[in-house]
Design a protein around this ligand. Structure first.
Ligand SMILES: O=c1ccn([C@@H]2O[C@H](COP(=O)(O)O)[C@@H](O)[C@H]2O)c(=O)[nH]1
Length: 293
């Protein structure tokens, strides 16, 4: 299997830089005429996969909303991940895991091993026990051709107190970006990827000019940037264009509730509209003569 970053770069070029979140909130399940139970979760997830596979670059199931229903909910999540695999659309499992190294081994095995029932193409990870505590997941993802998205600047306003804080004068989020860049550089030097590294960052589309102000150097990370916050959290084309600047070619815009609110019959149009917004906002800046070299 080619590495996640290269596979994602191909999917973004083919289907647009768009990820649809599968977040079965109780209110959405009710609006879809589904019960807030494991069958409802499964039906919503499988419907999203059936209608949108091959139309978007990736799906991002939100683990928490499946875990609410215990083992039956997790079984539904396994089914949704398996359906996306069969359909050939990439999955980013949003689990935001992070722990001491020995426990991190367990999380890595749970989501990134080839035989894991909950395996996804990539997972979200939290670096707030120290970036290096994520080593088991970084290494297993590299061995199995999978990817990780490490939280750098999350879309929620209260995150700034932690992520903008400075340690030895360096903003925490910038240190996270630098560590991700180093991982991608090592893998590139080893000849492992061509188009994009497999260690990505999460940077909310709602964070304004924070990446520039904090000197994150997102383009230098050379990995994908997962940008949640489009739609229900208020970010649109203007925010995507403003926030990501020189890194816009790496950005995977993500939206959950706004697409799901369209209901089963409106999914295709809602995802197409999201793709149009993301493609326009994230296109290279144009000069009078054409795109910049
Ligand atoms: O910084 C972050 C990281 C993750 N998320 C997750 O993305 C979706 C957003 O859902 P919407 O309905 O499009 O608002 C959700 O699963 C979050 O947990 C995020 O929003 N911000």
């Amino acid at each position: 299997m080619s590495p996640f970053g290269d596979r994602l770069a191909g999917a973004m070029a083919e289907h647009g830089p768009v990820c649809v979140g599968i977040d079965p909130h109780p209110g959405l399940l009710s609006a879809w005429g589904l019960g807030d139970d494991a069958d409802g979760l499964r039906t919503m997830g499988l419907t999203v996969v059936e209608r949108l596979a091959g139309r978007v670059a990736a799906f991002k199931p939100q683990s928490a909303l499946f875990e609410r229903h215990g083992s039956a909910g997790v079984a539904a999540l396994e089914d949704v991940l398996a359906a996306a695999r069969r359909a050939g659309t990439l999955t980013v499992l949003d689990v935001k895991r992070g722990d001491i190294g020995s426990t991190m081994d367990g999380y890595a095995e749970a989501y990134l091993a080839d035989d894991a029932p909950l395996r996804a193409d990539a997972v979200t990870l939290s670096p707030y026990l120290g970036f290096e505590s994520l080593r088991p997941a970084l290494d297993l993802a590299r061995r199995t051709g999978r990817g990780v998205f490490v939280l750098a600047l999350t879309s929620n306003a209260e995150a700034a107190g932690v992520q903008h804080a400075r340690h030895d004068g360096v903003p925490v989020a910038r240190a996270v970006a630098a560590a991700a860049a180093a991982e991608n550089a090592r893998a590139h030097d080893a000849g492992e990827w061509r188009r994009m590294g497999s260690v990505g960052l999460v940077v909310g589309a709602t964070v304004g000019s924070a990446p520039q102000r904090l000197g994150l150097g997102l383009d230098a990370v050379r990995g994908p940037v997962l940008a949640p916050g489009v739609g229900a959290q208020g970010a649109g084309a203007a925010e995507l264009a403003r926030t990501f600047g020189a890194a816009r070619a790496q950005v995977l815009a993500s939206s959950s509730r706004e697409v799901l609110r369209a209901g089963p019959d409106g999914l295709v149009d809602a995802a197409a509209s999201l793709a149009r917004t993301a493609r326009t906002a994230l296109a290279p800046p144009r000069t009078p003569e054409g795109p910049l070299p």
